[in-house]
Design a protein around this ligand. Structure first.
Ligand code: IPE
Ligand code: IPE
Ligand code: MG
Length: 237
């Protein structure tokens, strides 16, 4: 049997909560609630398998377009999840970080975010990157602005800017994504981590996020294990 390689960094576009609920004649918000349970299950399982970095798309810069009721529900759910569901990150020595713009996020949600970040800041066994009010293009734009400021202040020279230094100006300086998973049968990136997925392997599944489970994660990792990553070169057999 070939030994399983566990990806170092997995990123997930957790999609399909609304459709999961609608299929059952429920309100879309019920799907988000179930989706939050799935997230907890998958995180615990993923870190136990040896994943070091897990990034998840919780709320995009575009998701503000939804009905106020749904947006408010999601924001309350985030507070609840950060306060009550995240004991496992502390137990497993995982550090929580957020990616995204803080503007538009209410003080109440920001306080819950700050608390979990602060409570886990010294943890060293893994990183849990939650993308909230996140857009991949906006991440690149804000990094560019910060670089320009540093150049103006003579902190760095234009010649110092390369892919490595650029990464340090992103919301978080994370390793590249090895495996990107999107659930719910949509084949698009929806402005997720554009910079970090330059060379990631993509895995799309029709399973809706609330139905995603440990077996489905194993399937994604198995598929990843069958990929040949060439990075533009030629692998000698
Ligand atoms: C993903 O599920 C969760 C968020 C975007 C917050 P959706 O809410 O997009 O579910 P569908 O795509 O409408 O089924
Ligand atoms: C992407 O899903 C955002 C999150 C999973 C949080 P969407 O459902 O918002 O994306 P589109 O609308 O299908 O592109
Ligand atoms: Mg969706």
């Amino acid at each position: 049997m070939i030994e399983e390689k566990v990806p170092n960094h997995i990123a997930i576009i957790m999609d399909g909560n609304g459709r999961w609920a609608q299929k059952r004649g429920l309100k879309r918000t019920k799907g988000h609630k179930k989706g939050a349970d799935t997230l907890k299950k998958i995180c615990e399982y993923g870190y136990d398998k040896g994943i070091k970095v897990l990034s998840v798309f919780a709320f995009s810069t575009e998701n503000w377009k939804r009905d106020e009721e749904e947006v408010n529900y999601l924001m309350e759910l985030f507070i609840k999840v950060f306060n009550d569901n995240f004991d496992f990150v502390k137990k497993k020595n995982i550090k929580v970080v957020f990616s995204g713009l803080r503007e538009k996020i209410s003080d109440k949600v920001q306080r819950a975010m700050d608390k979990i970040v602060n409570d886990t800041k010294d943890n060293t066994d893994g990183i849990f990157n939650i993308c909230l009010n996140y857009g991949g293009q906006s991440e690149i734009v804000q990094a560019t602005k910060k670089i320009i400021l540093d150049i103006k202040k003579n902190n760095i020279d234009i010649e110092d800017i390369n892919e490595n230094t650029f990464s340090k100006y992103l919301f978080n300086d994370l390793p590249p994504i090895d495996l990107l998973i999107r659930t719910s049968g949509e084949y698009r990136i929806s402005n997720f981590m554009l910079w970090q997925m330059a060379y990631s392997e993509f895995y799309f599944t029709d399973v809706l996020w609330p139905d995603f489970d440990e077996k489905e994660l194993d399937k994604a990792i198995e598929s990843y294990n069958n990929r040949e990553r060439r990075y533009g070169g030629i692998n000698k057999k």
